[in-house]
Design a protein around this ligand. Structure first.
Ligand code: HAS
Ligand code: CU1
Length: 555
């Protein structure tokens, strides 16, 4: 026996005005990805000593290209998709519309933020990479643009929690529908996490770029950046997890294992995502080794909910495969519906994420990190996480989401399946190049065409990186072909559509400790205590000495 994860599985459809706003956000996100993927090809080929960036209009140098690649992919694409997708899941799960005007405000903030940051990047006045560490200085419009993009996520948080509050008033004593709980948990985590970047951008960098304050502080800004910068990876990942828990089992014909376990996983992300940022700063001077070790240990803690996710999703897939006639130890895997692009993209995303996760554990190990920090290994790791697990999941979601939002049937199912395989093969080949090169000391964030010190043994790694990146580019472009064809030429259908929602074997309990899981207030307090423990000692010690570095502009 299994029970639906959303209490009212049918009978609620989003009003058209909301669908339009959400569709606009999703299109903005994928539009950003389009630009990002083109720049990505330039980056990957640079490792293979092929310079195509020189042919890009307005492109001055390697760092400008790398900044555009990082910002539009890691910030604009992910934020726009998350804002639209999780607004939709919350609204659907609570069976109540969100305010359409405010959804347009979210969209407007993102467009304004993208244009402002885009102007600075396109004119070569913000070649500071997506981490924008001072003393590298960008044009003020870059920082303002980033600030607006962050504010767009805060407005989404407000929309989600206002809807949740009014739902609770009307449904006192009832459990929050799982889909709404995990969507809200994602935004709660990110809202607290984004405060670091907000303080750094609005409090330190924007006034500094406007000449209102004279100096900056590299270590303080780096620390504030990574306070947000580790949890941001879960802000990218958790919308994919929402789909892996609640939608992928449905695509696979399986069942979600447990409602409570899913909530526990998201609560662990609320608690443990933030107090781990120093694992990006193991080599930074000025932070005590004890605190770095604490962040390292907590990183092993936040590894755990992803392990639970792996087994839970595997369970759902296995049930689906066996229901389709699969037998034996592994044959069920072959029996999955390999013709459904929404499923194929996301299962392949999971397979790469298994490798992405393992490489993350190596990064997190204080001593092993010394071997790979600032090498090509790191982009190897993150292309198997954000560059594939997240991106391919969002592509997989788009295969049902665009038909749902537009009322048009998907065009090119076969091409959509093929695109996933090409992208998957590409990311594995590219990551093989980056990972092996990284172990051999091949640097990241370096124009290889001008690296006089490059070693002959980096040649193969560089070529694999270029080849894999080219395959990813081809897979990406095929995705955009399917996306655009569906949007403009998909056959209109009047059939009522719903989100693909699964059922669960262990439904939510109405009594016992599990009920307390829904109290976001508890988790917020516990989260703030952990943050104070992890960051308090550093800030108390360091703040009095801050602010000494003059700006450095290399454009
Ligand atoms: Fe990371 C650096 C540690 C996850 C992204 N990471 C980065 C950077 C990015 C990034 C962008 O500790 C570079 C930042 C920069 O520019 O400098 N990362 C981790 C750890 C995890 C992790 C411990 N990272 C992510 C995710 C990302 C992401 C997720 C994006 C979405 N990362 C680090 C560290 C660094 C770092 C250090 C700093 C490195 C340095 O020195 O600069 C963990 O959360 C990973 C947990 C994942 C798992 C995998 C679970 C697998 C699942 C799939 C199941 C598969 C199925 C199918 C069901 C435990 C859920 C299987 C089917 C079969 C038949 C087998
Ligand atoms: Cu991290």
């Amino acid at each position: 026996m299994s029970t639906p994860v959303v209490a009212s599985p049918t009978g609620f459809d989003l009003p058209t005005a909301q669908k339009r706003a959400i569709l606009s956000m999703v299109c903005l996100g994928f539009g950003a990805l389009f630009i990002g993927i083109i720049n990505g090809l330039g980056q990957a080929l640079n490792y293979a000593s092929v310079d195509i960036l020189q042919y890009f209009p307005g492109m001055r140098d390697y760092y400008q290209g790398l900044t555009v690649h990082g910002v539009v992919n890691a910030i604009v694409f992910t934020f726009a998709f998350a804002n639209g997708f999780l607004a939709l899941t919350t609204s659907r799960a609570l069976a109540r519309p969100l305010n359409a005007t405010w959804l347009w405000v979210v969209f407007g903030l993102m467009v304004a933020g993208t244009l402002l940051a885009g102007y600075a990047m396109a004119t070569g006045q913000a070649s500071v990479l997506y981490t924008f560490y001072p003393p590298l200085m960008a044009h003020w419009s870059f920082y303002l643009g980033l600030a607006l993009l962050v504010v767009s996520t805060w407005v989404t948080t407000a929309l989600i929690f206002i809807a949740l509050r009014s739902w609770r008033k009307e449904n006192q004593g009832e459990r929050i529908p799982l889909l709404a709980f995990i969507s809200a948990a994602t935004y709660l985590m990110w809202t607290v996490a984004s405060v670091g970047i907000a303080i750094s951008v609005v409090g330190l960098l924007l006034p500094w770029s406007l000449g209102l304050i004279e100096s900056s502080d590299p270590l303080l800004s780096r620390t504030l950046f990574w306070y947000s910068g580790h949890p941001i990876v879960y802000f990218w990942l958790l919308p994919a997890y929402v789909s892996w828990y609640v939608m992928v089992p449905r695509h696979a014909g399986g069942t979600l294992f447990s409602d409570s376990l899913t909530r526990v996983v998201f609560v662990m992300f609320i608690l443990l995502s933030i107090p781990t940022g120093f694992h990006h700063q193991y080599t930074d001077p000025g932070i005590g080794t004890g605190m770095k070790a604490l962040h390292g240990a907590l990183t092993f803690g936040v590894f755990f909910p992803s392990m639970v996710t792996a087994f839970t999703v595997l369970y759902a897939l296995e049930i689906g495969g066996r229901r389709r006639g699969g037998t034996g130890l592994a044959n069920w895997f072959l029996k999955l519906d390999w013709k459904n692009p929404a499923l194929v993209a996301q299962v392949l995303a999971m397979l790469t994420f298994t490798l992405g996760g393992i490489t993350g554990l190596i990064n997190a190990s204080y001593n092993l990190n010394q071997a790979i920090h600032n090498t090509a290994w790191v982009p190897g790791h993150f292309h198997m996480t954000v560059g594939s697990a997240v991106t391919m999941s969002f592509m997989g979601i788009a295969y049902w989401l665009i038909p749902y939002l537009t009322g048009r049937q998907l065009v090119g199912r076969g091409m959509a399946v093929l695109q996933s395989w090409i992208y998957f093969a590409g990311v594995l080949v590219m990551a093989r190049g980056l990972i092996s090169g990284g172990i051999d000391g091949m640097p990241r964030r370096t124009n290889m065409l001008e690296a006089a010190y490059s070693k002959p043994s980096w040649e193969l790694a560089g070529m694999l990186t270029g080849l894999g990146g080219t395959l990813m580019f081809v897979g990406g472009m095929l995705f955009f072909a399917v996306f655009a064809a569906t949007l403009f030429f998909g056959k209109k259908t009047d059939e009522p559509m719903d989100l693909p929602l699964t059922t669960t074997h262990h439904p939510p309990k109405t009594r016992g400790w599990e009920v307390k899981l829904d109290r976001f207030r508890y988790w917020l307090v516990a989260m703030l205590i952990l943050i104070a423990v992890a960051y308090g000692p550093f800030l108390v010690q360091y703040l009095p000495a801050a602010f000494e570095s003059p700006p450095y502009q290399f454009y």
